[in-house]
Design a protein around this ligand. Structure first.
Ligand code: BTN
Length: 336
């Protein structure tokens, strides 16, 4: 008997889908996939955990009832229209933090540019300013490794670039008008729906790599994450796509749009410089002309009106005393 080469998980899926109306027995699956009956059962269980709807009937076997909307690599790669982001995709059912994993890969693996790390849930999700980022199952938690060919002075634009990409991805996949809040929050009806964390390794003259961490509150209930930022007044209000829409989004589609938009705006930043991304960011914010409070360690340190963005992505505010101030980092509370 010829030994069948062990099939990968996506080849295994194709064994289940030729005709959705027919069942395939466990033994047939085992023979065709080159694995044991118990390995078949393990794979079925794993696929169900990944969102596939697989029926089983005693005496008949298995039948695929519906494919997945989870952002699993083999489904993502099928339709992803990018040139380098997503060439390697790592998917974890549970991780401490995709950012930590991506930083490890960036430091230790050859040619890591474009690698994407996705986790269904994170146990130690990291937010900006050393905060915790609650990441239950159902959200979109991912990190992307980039090697930007830009002067080090422009790296402050990377978070803005990612925020623009995420806001477009949300608009592409839903009817929701996502807006941007400085420095890199994505908002829906004045509440935070997504956040960006950028870690950079750079020398005086060049950027070695950047890891862009993106967290989107997708198919989770707001109360699951509203405790996240309790101690930070500036970020008390959070929401999710599910809360805003009243139904779940297709996370597979959302992930493709995030990665495609990220590549588009990243290449634009590399090739055309700062201006187009600043223009796009300004077009998608509702901050300008509003009263803002600048917070540090939970305390208000400045008040004024948000009036613009500097070339480096800093926020310009006109203070109560009529002076213009440039803010490089920190938290902003908008008075609506
Ligand atoms: C923020 O504070 O607004 C930024 C949140 C960034 C969260 C994402 S989720 C994927 C990646 N992994 C992490 O641990 N953090 C980022």
């Amino acid at each position: 008997m010829t030994k069948v080469k062990k099939k990968s998980i996506h080849e295994f899926i194709s064994l289940l889908t030729p005709s959705a109306s027919t069942y395939i027995s466990g033994q047939q699956l085992a023979d065709k996939a080159g694995i044991s009956r118990s390995a078949v059962w393990k794979r079925i269980k794993r696929l169900r955990r990944h969102g596939y709807k697989i029926e089983s009937q005693h005496g008949l076997g298995y039948r695929m009832k519906g494919t997945t909307e989870f952002p699993v690599p083999w489904e993502l790669k099928r339709d992803l229209r990018t040139s380098f982001i997503g060439k390697e995709i790592l998917y974890k059912e549970s991780a401490d933090s995709t950012q930590r994993i991506a930083l490890y890969i960036a430091e230790n693996k050859p040619d890591p540019q474009g690698t994407v790390v996705i986790a269904e849930q994170q146990k130690k999700g990291r937010g900006r300013l050393k905060r915790q980022w609650l990441s239950p199952p159902g959200g979109l938690w991912l990190s992307v490794i980039l090697k930007p060919e830009i002067p080090t002075g422009m790296i402050t634009l990377l978070p803005l670039c990612a925020a623009v990409a995420v806001s477009h991805a949300i608009r592409d996949c839903t009817s929701l008008e996502a807006k941007l809040k400085w420095p890199n929050d994505v908002m829906l009806s004045g509440r935070k729906v997504a956040g960006i964390l950028v870690d950079i390794s750079a020398e005086a003259e060049r950027v070695n790599y950047a890891v862009i961490g993106i967290g989107i509150n997708a198919n989770i209930d707001s109360h699951e994450i509203s405790g996240r930022l309790q101690h930070h007044r500036a970020e008390l209000k959070v929401t999710s796509l599910r809360t805003e829409l009243g139904h779940d989004v297709n996370r597979l589609e959302l992930t493709s749009h995030v990665l495609e938009n990220l590549e588009k705006y990243f290449l634009q930043l590399e090739n055309e410089g700062a201006l187009p991304i600043l223009k796009e960011w300004k077009k998608n914010t509702e901050m300008f002309g509003r009263q803002v409070e600048m917070m540090q360690n939970g305390k208000i340190v400045n008040r004024g009106t948000a009036i613009g963005l500097g070339e480096d992505g800093s926020l310009t505010i006109r203070t109560e005393h009529g002076k213009d101030k440039s803010i490089i980092s920190g938290d902003i509370l908008i008075r609506y």
